[in-house]
Ligand binder design. Structure first.
Ligand SMILES: [Zn+2]
Ligand SMILES: [Zn+2]
Length: 293
């Protein structure tokens, strides 16, 4: 059983609890460590997107930034707070970021500047958004599209995931089949994209998470059992993530997820110490070597 999570969110972004409250819960659960990885989503068109209005209504618009400066200004106080809580509690806290990758030279340049300034301990790669016909879509927008459009959007989604893997700077990839959140991508025909992606992840030496948030609603995690079997086949290391947005969600469904992982035949697991050391060497000394693998 895994006694930590590296994928948690806190107040000020889209989480409901403070860093200190998350650490108190981690201690109650007898965890060995915790990683806080709030959203780092930077794109100049974000505030024109349909989902931004919903984010404002739900008061989580702070996860979106139109400029890197805006995003950095949110992470600086967060990382200071993490340091303060770590000194006060003497509990190991890792500074993470759940980064949305965008495949443009401007984004890459801004990303490296931000990382050199913020010096996170680890990075989670993700692809929550798809640019489609001049608009940015989230999973709920994907759900509302026509069936023909959904097929095109899903193809772009999987391409984006592979681009994020190729970028090579993420310690592990988040929720590989995120569109499953809105019931998309289950058909057998998607297995080809899934296998291509998992094979590529393996070839790049990448890792991924088994996100247990899905288990509140269904019998499978993100990724699905079909993808877990592919991860076993290609020997991709995995770790469990609760994607906790509140203390009540910390460590959720870990037992069930461990069973799913075992049933799929996965034997490789990841530990955060190696993640942090790997990243420290990679980005802060050789940050210009983008596609190192
Ligand atoms: Zn996510
Ligand atoms: Zn998350």
């Amino acid at each position: 059983m895994q006694h930590f999570s590296l994928h948690t969110h806190t107040i000020g972004f889209d989480g409901q609890n403070t860093v200190e409250e998350m650490v108190q819960q981690a201690q109650k659960l007898r965890w060995s460590k915790i990683g806080i990885a709030n959203h780092f989503i930077v794109h100049p068109e974000l505030k024109n997107a349909v989902f931004y209005t919903y984010a404002c209504k739900g008061h989580y618009q702070n996860i979106y930034s139109e400029t890197f400066e805006e995003a950095i200004n949110k992470f600086v106080p967060l990382f200071q707070e993490i340091k303060r809580v770590e000194q006060k509690t003497r509990f190991p806290i890792y500074k993470g970021m759940e980064v949305d990758f965008f495949d443009t030279p401007e984004w890459e340049k801004g990303f490296y500047q931000a990382i050199r300034q913020l010096k996170p301990d680890y990075l989670i790669g993700s692809a929550h958004l798809v640019a489609y016909r001049g608009r940015l879509l989230n999973t709920h927008d994907m759900k509302k599209a026509s069936v023909a459009e959904q097929t095109e959007i899903l193809k772009i989604y999987w391409k984006n995931v592979r681009a994020a893997i190729e970028f090579g700077q993420f310690d592990f990839m988040a929720h590989l089949d995120l569109p499953a959140k809105v019931g998309l991508g289950y058909e057998k025909k998607w297995e080809k994209e899934e296998e291509e992606t998992v094979a590529f992840l393996s070839a790049c030496g990448g890792k991924t998470e088994v996100n247990t948030s899905a288990l509140a609603k269904r019998e499978e995690a993100y990724p699905s059992q079909r993808i877990l079997k592919l991860l076993a086949k290609y020997q991709v290391p995995v770790l469990l993530s609760d994607d906790a947005h509140s203390v009540a969600q910390m460590g959720r469904h870990y037992k069930k997820a461990a069973e799913l992982v075992k049933n799929a035949g996965i034997t490789h697991t990841v530990y955060p110490v190696t993640i942090a050391q790997h990243l420290t060497q990679r980005i802060y000394t050789d940050w210009r070597f983008k596609r190192v693998r």
